[in-house]
Design a protein around this ligand. Structure first.
Ligand code: GAR
Length: 190
């Protein structure tokens, strides 16, 4: 079975991207990284790994989200991308892009979905008095954070935890979860 050609979309630091690059890439190969934020730290991580890294700034597109996504889609198609992984990509995608990549578009979200879709997941888990927290890798569908769950990993919430402490501890969990789930998805696709 051939490795799936993966593009990773980022907006910032790219620690999950790093985990995908460092993991066993026998089922997938990260061949492209695109950031919608110019100068995002994750771009350097890609270049250091010898992976093509591009900036596609969404700002010049203004409110025309679909025009941005059409250009993004063209970049992916030109490079024969088979699977798109969102890793801290902080833009909601329209149904144009979601439909173009249905079943081949995956995201990591910092909560145990269906709990806490959207933002501020760590604050909300603490406020709700949860005793455990976690991360979910899921397929992307039109509804935010609602697609098929590929995998989840959890950890206990400890006395005195703050949103920052939780976010930091959860990252280590995410870094193990995401490569495993991406490999599983890559293996089941044609
Ligand atoms: C991660 O915690 C990821 O789960 C979260 O952003 C962080 C990105 O960190 N994603 C979302 O909140 C998506 N809605 P990274 O840039 O170091 O991978």
């Amino acid at each position: 079975m051939s490795k799936k050609r993966v593009a990773v979309l980022i907006s910032g630091r790219g620690s999950n991207l790093q985990a995908l690059l460092d993991a066993d890439q026998s089922a997938y190969e990260v061949v492209l990284v695109v950031s919608n934020v110019p100068g995002a730290a994750g771009l350097e991580r890609a270049r250091a790994a010898g992976v093509e890294a591009l900036e596609l700034d969404h700002k010049p597109y203004g409110k025309n989200r679909e025009a941005f996504e059409r250009d993004l889609d063209a970049l992916l198609v030109q490079r024969n991308i088979q699977l798109v992984a969102l890793a801290g990509f902080m833009r909601v995608l329209t149904s144009f892009f979601v439909r173009a990549w249905t079943g081949r578009l995956v995201n990591i979200h910092p909560s145990l979905l269906p709990k806490f879709p959207g933002t501020k997941t760590h604050e909300r888990a603490l406020e709700a008095g949860e005793t455990e927290h976690g991360a979910t890798v899921h397929l992307v569908v039109d509804e935010v954070d609602a697609g098929e769950i590929i995998g989840q990993a959890s950890m206990p919430i400890l006395p005195g935890d703050t949103p920052t402490a939780l976010a930091e501890r959860l990252l280590a969990v995410e870094h193990k979860l995401y490569p495993r789930c991406l490999a599983a998805l890559a293996s089941r696709l044609n």
